[in-house]
Each structure stands twice: as structure tokens, then as C-alpha cells.
Design a protein around this ligand. Structure first.
Ligand code: ADP
Length: 407
């Protein structure tokens, strides 16, 4: 080691002032890179250097330059100049401040041929986690007072990195905590969604199997219909869960074919009315015979979900569907006159498992997967889906699809 660790008492007033400004930059730091730049700018008037490189140890024990600046003579030759890597390794390994001079004047005949390196180990907590290297081209050599100042600045940089590590660790812990909560919520919600239809099925099957009671044909049919509907609901939920995980993993394949959009929409409205006899679907200027390239099954799934939602969340409201061709795209607008969705929830309804807070307690069943799946399917068609809404006036879903898929 060249000398004792830096003490602020040895610093000149101007240097003390710079060190004070550096301390406050560390305290104020929001972004580590910006703070490092600020520290470098504050250092430069009190400490001469051309290049500065901060090396940090990676998990494989190698040193990685995480911040480097060429300020003085090397500024225009950045790519050609050495960045003090071996000095950094040595200072880090022996855990001591060191000076190295490299003379390359036989190949480089200007001042950049003589390089004065100052390597200072970087201590983060108990560990040596890297090194800070200053480089002066052509001198002057580093004097003991200057080295103390450089060590003092390195100490501050170490504090900045320590803070950064702490913030990162807190963010990881926070993300883990959120994930745990999300998983708990997910398990609770899915269990509830699976158990509800299963409860009905089990209840009605047990009722039908009772040997001490005779059920007339009408009641038997009614019970069997409930069992049938609840089995469909169970099936739909499991399908949604599987689609959602395939879409999340990007393994759901699309089978693009030429599809007649008017037929697809008509079929979807017939299916919606067969599920909800009160539903009224109106078409505004249908474009007859418009063909687009799409996966018919998946696009039908999107339409079924939006119309199904309209029947669940906007019961008895008329539904208006408008199709329009705009250049080589097609716009499908599905509008209901239900209660609407508050504007701060409009983007979130497309997230996985998102349901409006009021919904979760109501009898309207759902898993919050439908619109997430819709968005993923539309995106897989290179299209876009969005929602607009006015409270008390209804909700509009806009789908934009290209007429042709890129080959
Ligand atoms: P799910 O219906 O299974 O809850 P979705 O992803 O299909 O899930 O919808 C997410 C949420 O968006 C719903 O829980 C509901 O709160 C809201 N929503 C969807 N469509 C409508 C609509 N037409 N009107 C009002 N709210 C709607």
C-alpha cells in the first residue's frame, strides 16, 4: 500500500468542497450512472486524469468495466487506448492502491504513449468488489496527497454502489413478495372458480342418485341441464387456463387462413344469442364478403369472449357491431350500453386475472383471463385491441386487424 487511507483533514479547501459535493451527489443519487458522471465531473477540477474506469467483480469473479469516461487527451482515441484492466486486476487482487507506468513511446510517439495508471481497490462492505482506475497520459505522476484524494473519492463511489446494491436487493425482495401474494390470490381465485361448478355438479348428481326420493322427468331434466352447464363452465375455465399459459409461453400456434369476416361475426352473434336469449346484436354497415387472413377458431374465441362479457356485465343491453375497412386494415367495433368501466381500470382489464374490484364478490363468474387471452390472440394476428368506456353509458371494444398476415 502506498500510504494510509485518506483522511479528510489532509485535504485542501477546494478539495474538501469537491468531496462534500461528491458526498451529497451520493446521498441524492437516483440513477447510479448519472451519479457516477456527476462524481467524475466534480472530481476533474481537483484531480487531473484523462481516463477513468470503474471495474466491478461479476459472479464469475472476473472484473467488468461498468463505467468508463475519456475526458482528457484520450478522448479522441478512445477505441485505441488501454483502459487499465491489468492495473484493476492487480489492485483488486492485492487489495492495495498501486501505481503503474506503461511506456509505449517506441510505437506511439506522442504523450499518450506514456500512461500513468492509478488503481484503487473498491471495498463494498467487507468485500473487495472491484477497482477504480485513473489514467494520465504523459503524466504528471501521482503525488501522495492526490492519491489520498483519489482514495477518498473511491470510498464515495463504493458507497454509491453499495446503495445501488441495497436498492436492487429491496426491489428483488419486493418482487418476490408480490409474486407470492399473486400466487396466493391466484390459487384462492382459481380454487373458488373450479369449486363453484364442481359443487353444483356434485350436489345435483348426489340428489339424482338418492334412492329415497323419486324425481319426475321435468326435474331430472332440469338437474341434468344444470350439470351440463356447470361442466361446460368447468371445461371453459380449464381451457382458458391452458390457453393463457400457452400464450404466456408463446407456444400457442395460429393457423392463418382466408376467413370471411361477416360470416365469422354473424356466427359469433348466433352463438351469443343461443347462450343468452335476451341478447340483441345489431350490425352497422356489415362489409359483405370481406376476407381477412386469420385463425378462424381463435378469432371466434375473441368475439365469443367480448360478446359473453357484454351479456355478463351489460345484461339486456343492445350490442352494436361496426366493421370498417381502412386501407389494408379492418376495424371491428363492439359497443354495449352497460354500466361501463372506470377509466383507471381500462388498461388493466387486459391483464391476466384482472377483474374489476366490485366483480369479485358478485354472482357474475369469471377468472379475469378472457380479455388477456383476447389481447394475446389479437397481437398474434399483428393487430391491436383496446377498450373505451363512459360510466353509465357503456363500453366499446376496438379491434384493428391487418387484412393480410405477413408471409
Ligand atoms: P372475466 O369476465 O373472466 O372476469 P375478462 O378478462 O373477460 O374476465 O374481463 C375482465 C374484467 O373486465 C371483467 O371482470 C369485468 O370487470 C370487466 N369487463 C369486461 N367486459 C366488460 C363490459 N362489457 N362491461 C363492463 N365490464 C366489463
Amino acid at each position: 500500500m502506498l500510504q494510509e487511507p485518506a483522511k479528510p483533514g489532509n485535504l485542501q479547501p477546494k478539495e474538501l468542497e469537491a468531496v462534500y459535493a461528491i458526498s451529497s451527489a451520493v446521498i441524492r443519487a437516483v440513477n447510479t450512472d448519472d451519479a457516477l458522471d456527476e462524481i467524475i465531473n466534480l472530481t476533474r477540477p481537483v484531480f487531473i486524469f484523462d481516463n477513468i474506469v470503474l471495474y466491478q467483480q461479476r459472479s464469475d469473479k472476473n472484473l467488468e468495466p461498468i463505467h468508463a469516461r475519456a475526458i482528457g487527451r484520450g478522448r479522441f482515441l478512445e477505441a485505441d487506448l488501454a483502459w487499465g484492466e491489468s492495473t484493476a486486476y492487480e489492485a483488486h487482487q492485492i487489495n492495495q492502491t498501486l501505481i503503474r507506468v506503461e511506456d509505449l513511446t517506441d510505437v506511439i510517439n506522442d504523450r499518450t504513449g506514456i500512461r500513468h495508471y492509478l488503481g484503487i481497490p473498491l471495498r463494498l462492505g467487507e468485500e473487495i468488489s472491484g477497482a477504480l482506475v485513473f489514467i494520465r497520459f504523459g503524466g504528471p505522476p501521482y503525488l501522495p496527497d492526490q492519491i489520498q484524494l483519489a482514495e477518498f473519492i473511491t470510498l464515495h463511489i463504493a458507497q454509491l454502489l453499495e446503495r445501488h446494491q441495497l436498492v436492487e436487493r429491496i426491489a428483488i425482495l419486493e418482487a418476490r413478495r408480490r409474486l407470492d401474494n399473486l400466487q396466493d390470490d391466484f390459487i384462492a381465485m382459481i380454487s373458488h372458480e373450479l369449486l363453484t361448478p364442481l359443487g353444483f355438479i356434485k350436489g345435483y348428481v348426489t340428489t339424482l342418485l338418492r334412492e329415497d326420493t323419486f324425481w319426475d322427468e321435468k326435474s331430472r331434466r332440469e338437474f341434468l341441464n344444470i350439470i351440463n352447464d356447470e361442466s361446460d363452465r368447468l371445461r371453459e375455465l380449464i381451457d382458458n387456463l391452458m390457453d393463457s399459459s400457452r400464450l404466456q409461453a408463446g407456444t400457442l400456434e395460429m393457423n392463418f387462413q382466408s376467413v370471411r369476416l361477416d360470416t365469422l361475426l354473424q356466427d359469433a352473434s348466433v352463438r351469443a344469442r343461443s347462450r343468452d336469449e335476451n341478447m340483441k346484436v345489431y350490425f352497422n354497415q356489415p362489409i359483405k364478403g370481406l376476407q381477412i387472413s386469420a385463425d378462424a377458431t381463435r378469432l371466434s374465441q375473441v368475439l365469443d369472449n367480448i360478446l359473453g362479457n357484454a351479456s355478463k356485465y351489460a345484461p339486456n343491453s343492445p350490442i352494436k357491431i361496426t366493421v370498417e375497412r381502412i386501407d389494408n386494415k379492418v376495424s371491428i367495433v363492439i359497443k354495449d350500453r352497460g354500466p361501463g368501466i372506470p377509466s383507471d381500470h381500462l388498461e388493466q382489464i387486459f391483464q391476466r386475472f384482472y377483474r374489476l374490484p366490485g366483480n369479485t364478490n358478485t354472482s357474475v363468474c369469471g377468472s379475469g383471463l378472457g380479455l388477456y387471452i383476447c389481447r394475446k390472440i389479437i397481437e398474434a394476428h399483428n393487430g391491436e385491441i383496446s377498450a373505451q368506456s363512459s360510466l353509465g353509458q357503456g363500453t366499446t371494444f376496438n379491434i384493428i386487424l391487418p387484412c393480410e398476415q405477413p408471409s
